[in-house]
Design a protein around this ligand. Structure first.
Ligand code: PMP
Length: 438
């Protein structure tokens, strides 16, 4: 809770000086922030007026262990007091980065064993594309430059990651993208095969995919999808990269989303849940085979690395965060609560004709709405506003004609808290459905 005068002052300063990411700039400058959050506890956030809301998105799909974990603050303070920063370039190293790399190698699927650290998801994606292309140069096949991704995919906002993003509005936002990116229908392995044949297999470096598409509208591929993708990539010698930035660290009810499909990629990008947002961190984990080959073929210096690759404090926080996920069995909770969340969504769908589909895998779920002939626009933003009034924040996806509300609550959510989330959502959907009938 902030004093009234201070809260008003903060709002004015925000409007004047704080250029918000992914915001409607004009509206933000006029109206200022909807919430100025001051505290977080468990699944709840508290704003400047003391208003309590359920963080139905784990903020940006990332606060997996929930808010207000003192343990993580203590680890950060301890590491910062001892060694806040030192570089990981060339042959310098530090203990938290070494231990975190080893931990990720231990828990990642199959032979994914060597970790390259970044500060977030976009950097991880650009790293994966760059190193995939570098690999082919070392292999004497520099013409293998093309990266294929899926429609409705989201991979971040750096130039490479924007170029790989299948959601066209993100690409249209800028006038200049990286070359050699191609897109295929997000649910069709045949489309991938066709494109490979059309472009020539020996021009393609890699295929990249989220195990479950998040920002693009929560799309879950059928059980056989990634098995087919893996075998197509193997057939044509193409590297298979998964983007586990959202789906990693328990979000879908398994530690990593690709585990649902029983295949192992050659590289896996991660971020968000690795540190539950308590420190900015991401990375790419490489298969042993790929890392060995890179080691054998490479002669000079790898000209790629971020100042904060292997940041000691961020890595120490991530290690403790993974310890919490394991100790509190949050992957299992994500699976059990996730099944309850999906069944709650199904019930909301059954009771409301405006809902067309309920989807979910672990604690990653979505509710899609039917197009409404009389309505002025999509319904998800209306439901979102009604939910916020009642104490639940979530996210609307209205890109490319979609009308979907998405959810990813913290993995610590209890049965009772989940019922609270569902009952607010039900009331919000009710309100919008009734207002349309007036
Ligand atoms: N990949 C995926 C699948 C994501 O969802 C996101 C962020 N939402 C990113 C990459 C980009 O991550 P960051 O915002 O940390 O750069």
């Amino acid at each position: 809770m902030i004093k009234e005068k201070t809260a008003a002052e903060l709002k004015e300063l925000d409007k004047k000086h704080f250029f918000h990411p992914t915001s409607a700039i004009k509206q933000q400058r006029e109206s200022g922030p909807a919430f100025i959050f001051t505290e977080g506890k468990g699944i709840y956030l508290y704003d400047e007026n003391g208003t309590k809301v359920i963080d139905g998105m784990s903020s940006l799909w990332n606060v997996n262990v929930g808010h207000g974990r003192k343990e993580l603050g203590e680890v950060a303070m301890e590491q910062m007091s001892k060694l806040a920063f030192s570089s990981s370039f060339t042959s310098f190293s530090n203990e938290p980065a070494i231990r975190l790399a080893a931990k990720i190698a231990e828990i990642a699927p199959g032979d994914l064993n060597a970790v390259f650290f970044t500060s977030g998801g976009s950097e991880s994606n650009d790293t994966a594309y760059k190193l995939a292309r570098h690999y082919w140069v070392l292999k004497g096949q520099p013409q293998r430059r093309k990266i294929i991704s899926r429609t409705r995919s989201y991979h971040g906002v750096n130039v490479g990651a924007t170029s790989a993003t299948g959601l066209k509005p993100f690409r249209d936002f800028t006038s200049s993208l990286a070359p050699d990116f191609y897109y295929v229908d997000h649910m069709s392995p045949d489309a991938l095969r066709e494109l490979i044949k059309q472009e020539g297999p020996d021009t393609i470096a890699a295929f990249i995919s989220e195990p479950v598409q998040g920002a693009g509208g929560l799309h879950i591929a059928p059980e056989t999808y990634f098995q087919e993708i893996r075998s197509i990539c193997d057939e044509y010698g193409i590297l298979f990269i998964t983007d586990e930035v959202i789906t990693g660290f328990g979000r879908t009810g398994t530690l990593f989303g690709i585990e649902h499909y029983g295949v192992v990629p050659d590289m896996m990008c991660f971020a968000k849940g690795v540190s539950s947002g308590y420190a900015p961190l991401g990375g790419v984990v490489f298969s042993q085979a790929l890392y060995d080959e890179l080691g054998e073929l490479s002669t000079g210096t790898l000209l790629h690395g971020y100042t904060y690759s292997g940041h000691p404090m961020a890595c120490a926080v991530a290690l403790k965060n993974i310890e919490i996920i394991e100790r509190e069995q949050l992957v299992e909770n994500s699976k059990v609560r996730g099944a309850e969340m999906l069944s709650g969504f199904e019930q909301i769908k059954a009771a409301h004709s405006i809902v067309s589909e309920a989807r979910g895998l672990g604690l990653m779920g979505g509710l899609e709405f039917h197009p409404q002939p009389g309505a002025e626009g999509p319904l998800a933003p209306l439901v979102l506003a009604e939910a916020a009034k009642r104490g639940l924040i979530c996210r609307a996806v209205v890109l490319e004609g979609q009308d979907i509300l998405v959810f990813s609550p913290p993995l610590i959510i209890t049965k009772e808290e989940l019922q609270e989330l569902l009952s607010i959502l039900n009331a919000a959907v009710n309100e919008v459905e009734q207002s349309l009938q007036k």
